[in-house]
Design a protein around this ligand. Structure first.
Ligand SMILES: [Zn+2]
Length: 200
C-alpha cells in the first residue's frame, strides 16, 4: 500500500482543484449521464451493483474532465493537448469497464507510458475525482443542498483533510475549508463525501 503515500511527483498540482463551482458542471454531467446509462450493459441483478461496477456520473465527469489536472507526460515534459485528449479517453473507457477498479485501470495508464507507480497514482486520483465530482453533480441534480466531508479510516493518509471533516455540513455549492469542492483534495487522498437535503 506504500504507493498511496507517494507525493504527486510532479504529476499533479499539490492541490487538486478544478476551480470555483460552476452550475454548468451539473447540466453537462446530467446530460452525459443519461446517454452513458443507456449505453452501459445492464448490471447483473444477481451479483448486484458490485464493487467496480461502472458509475455513469463518474464516467460523465471523466468524459469532460479526465486528466484535466495531470501536469506531465510520461517523458516528464508538459502534457500537451493531444496527449491529454488521449489520456482522458483512456481514463473514461477504464471507468466504463466493469471490474476495472484494481489492476486493469493502472495497467491501462501504464500502457500510455507512465511508470507503474505513476500509473497507480493517476488511476487512483482520477477515479476518486471522477467519483466524487460526479456524485456532487448528481446530488445537486436531484436537489441535495448540503454536503459533508468524510475522512478515510486509513491512518495517517489525510491529515490535511481533517479541517474539512470538522466543518460537518456545508452548503453543497461552496468549497470546504481547504478550498476543495469535494475529495480528492490532494494526490493520495482517500476521503469521500456524502450529501443531504439539510444538516443531520
Ligand atoms: Zn483526504
Amino acid at each position: 500500500m506504500s504507493w498511496r503515500f507517494v507525493p504527486a511527483e510532479g504529476l499533479y498540482p499539490d492541490e487538486l482543484r478544478y476551480g470555483q463551482f460552476r452550475p454548468e458542471w451539473v447540466e453537462a454531467n446530467n446530460a452525459l449521464t443519461i446517454a452513458i446509462t443507456q449505453e452501459l450493459p445492464r448490471v447483473d441483478l444477481v451479483t448486484g451493483i458490485a464493487w467496480g461496477a461502472p458509475y455513469p456520473r463518474a464516467i460523465a465527469w471523466a468524459t469532460k474532465f479526465g486528466a484535466a489536472l495531470v501536469l506531465v507526460a510520461p517523458d516528464g515534459t508538459p502534457l500537451d493537448h493531444e496527449q491529454r485528449r488521449e489520456l482522458r479517453l483512456l481514463i473514461r473507457n477504464a471507468l466504463a469497464t466493469p471490474g476495472m477498479s484494481d489492476k486493469p485501470f493502472p495497467a491501462a495508464i501504464q500502457a500510455f507510458g507512465y511508470s507503474e507507480r505513476q500509473a497507480k497514482t493517476i488511476a487512483v486520483t482520477e477515479e476518486s475525482l471522477a467519483n466524487c465530482y460526479g456524485s456532487l453533480c448528481g446530488a445537486i441534480d436531484v436537489g441535495m443542498k448540503v454536503k459533508r466531508w468524510l475522512v478515510s479510516n486509513d491512518p495517517g493518509i489525510c491529515l490535511g483533510c481533517t479541517a474539512n471533516h470538522a466543518q460537518s455540513w456545508v452548503p453543497i455549492d461552496q468549497p470546504f475549508a481547504s478550498g476543495a469542492m469535494v475529495p480528492a483534495d490532494h494526490v493520495g487522498c482517500r476521503c469521500d463525501a456524502v450529501h443531504g437535503l439539510k444538516p443531520r
